[in-house]
Design a binder for this molecule. Structure first.
Ligand code: CU
Length: 115
């Protein structure tokens, strides 16, 4: 019975999870506290991504969106970079939506704090 349930769960998955782009690491790091405001945001994903259909949003603690330029792609196509304006002290939330080259969409968010 257990085995059947497991098989059903596997069959119900629309696509192999392997090929989806998830956040591998970030700069500033997820959950970090920074003594100096960062100049750039760098998100590294587990798969190559399509920059035209990928966005990065930055929200201040009061919910206001911090205006950012368009993110650009680093050489290995797995990294999105965006320049940051001078950030005031406070907690920030990075919200990312990316489309990997296999057209699968993923999204997530994380926080960092500027002291
Ligand atoms: Cu995928």
């Amino acid at each position: 019975m257990m085995r059947l349930a497991l098989l059903a769960a596997v069959l119900a998955m629309p696509t192999p999870a392997l090929a989806h782009a998830f956040l591998e690491r970030a700069s500033p790091p997820v959950g970090s506290e920074l003594a100096q405001p960062p100049h750039q945001l760098t998100l590294t994903f587990t798969e190559r991504i399509e920059p035209l259909f990928s966005t990065i949003e930055l929200r201040a603690a009061n919910g206001a969106t911090v205006p950012l330029g368009k993110p650009h792609l680093a050489a290995d196509d797995r990294q999105l970079l965006v320049d940051l304006p001078v950030l005031q002290a406070g907690e920030y939330t990075v919200v990312w939506h990316v489309t990997s080259v296999d057209t699968h969409k993923t999204e997530g968010s994380f926080r960092f704090t500027v002291r």
